[in-house]
Design a protein around this ligand. Structure first.
Ligand SMILES: [Zn+2]
Length: 127
């Protein structure tokens, strides 16, 4: 199985169980620790993870076993969210657009434009 193929096994696990995750498209998957909710980084290919907060560790099989032994905890784990800048930006954009319509106030769109400019500024690599 290809490296990406192995990563997809882990990704489909999170997707199927509706657990929030963030994949960088390569080596790492972020997800909330099943024990304490701390943000974890799983190595996509080996599925190994270690929690720096509660010191639990394992792989995708231990995560599967955890849920099998304590199915009641799944709902709490589903509520934990991983910070995802792209999703945050989409939420902010949508909210500002809705507010502009709702209050008939163009200044919300001006604010959105300012935020976009600010992001572009910070994304520029120093020359
Ligand atoms: Zn933990």
């Amino acid at each position: 199985m290809s490296k990406l193929g192995k990563a997809y096994v882990a990704l489909s696990f999170f997707k199927k169980l509706k657990i929030d995750y963030k994949f960088d498209g390569g080596l790492f998957i972020e997800f909330p620790c099943f024990h304490c909710g701390n943000k974890l980084t799983m190595e996509a290919v080996t599925t190994l993870w270690v929690c720096s907060e509660c010191a639990n560790k394992g792989n995708i099989i231990t995560l599967h076993q955890f849920l099998e032994n304590q199915p009641g905890k799944q709902k709490n784990i589903q509520k934990q969210k991983i910070y995802n800048p792209r999703r945050e930006f989409t939420e902010i954009t949508n909210k500002l657009r809705r507010s502009a319509t709702k209050y008939e106030d163009e200044s919300f769109l001006t604010l959105l434009k300012k935020i976009e400019t600010l992001i572009e500024f910070h994304e520029k690599k120093p020359s």
